[in-house]
Design a protein around this ligand. Sequence first.
Ligand code: ZN
Length: 313
Amino acid sequence: MGELEIVKHVKYILTVEKKKDDFESVVMEHLRLNGAYWGLTTLDILQKLDTVDVNEVVSWIMECQHESGGFGGNIGHDPHVLYTLSAIQVLALFDKIDVLDIDKVADYISSLQNEDGSFSGDIWGEIDTRFSYIAICSLALLHRLDKINVEKAVEYIVSCKNLDGGFGCTPGGESHAGQIFCCVGALAITGSLHHIDKDLLGWWLCERQVKSGGLNGRPEKLPDVCYSWWVLSSLIMIDRVHWIDKGKLVNFILDCQDKENGGISDRPNDAVDVFHTYFGIAGLSLLEYRGLKPIDPAYALPVDVVNRIFLRK
Ligand SMILES: [Zn+2]
């Protein structure tokens, strides 16, 4: 426990898995676009984004774009909304969204909306409320929400609401914290939070805190640092974050640090990875831990980045 090892985490991100010294090459070869988003957003929250070569990252991202307008996880990979949102988010971190042909990207995303308002993740058609969030978040960041039927998109998400107040991936699907973040985030971005029973959902979410202070994703599951993000951000969006013990959660996340080499794991004493390092530090940012940039709970980007996008237009 103790302090957040900021210097060590920066070093960890910059030398991920110690495979190479050069951050960009590691991101490019091993972690792909999602990894770039986790690593670079972590650096930005730690106020160290200036340690990376912007032009190298931006030109690599643009090489991941497919002719359809969507992005693949790496150069030559098939496009999917998952990677398309990461591409937009990373470009947003560097204030480089203008390198995109915005309408082309927005047309790719809007082409994935189905008749019932739901979204497919790619041309193969798997449907999930995660993809609804990704489409809505991406289009909002591009100022192109008008390209989809927002009303139907919201209707579909609301049709995935359960009696416990949570949300599943499709209608009738079990409530899960990751899915709840996606649905609450999409409703927040579209100004539709009135569809949520905040007390009921807030109760389900705060029940995710276990004895150690950590949060789990569903009843009877082990706590995991990544749920610090999904549960906390949802509680903040519905204004119920004071229902959990924040101090105990901070201690749980700090307990998951590798204090020697940097990085954060899912649970104390497990192996660290970039995914949990990002969610741990993003969680601490939501908990207003000192020295960290505040992060926006709906867009999963630093607040100053989100403000730059929305105050400009
Ligand atoms: Zn996890």
